[in-house]
Design a binder for this molecule. Sequence first.
Ligand code: DQA
Length: 139
Amino acid sequence: MKKLIIINGPNLNLLGKRETNIYGSMTFTEFFDSVVKKYPNIDLAYFQSNIEGELIDKIQEVGFTYDGIILNAAAYTHTSIGVGDAVKGVTTPVVEVHISNTFSREEFRHQSYISPNAKGVILGFGLQSYELAIESFLS
Ligand code: DQA
């Protein structure tokens, strides 16, 4: 059984009530439950933190044993050399995910410290971005 983890960064705990015009009205828990049901043959874990160092700790913790990391580092994507270095430092492949199309938004969202070391990047498909990332690990 493949072992995958979704790691979400700051403010993504507010999904469902935060800027719903951009991020939608579904909570991540609702979405995660539906994904777990849809993929019974995947061992899928979930971690969210608003704290940069906790995201780095989690990437290090899972990054040598899991089959894949699906990472939405949210705002830290655009600011954190530390999270970028963590992605670079582990052996587990990381797929970078964003709910919104960051390239259609403010210019500061066009920069990513994750992308250079990610296996791939999926963005702009709403919560479906996460599912597409899961699919990428199945093929
Ligand atoms: C985001 C895009 C980021 O620019 C933003 O800071 C987020 C969410 C997304 O999933 O679209 O918090 O990562």
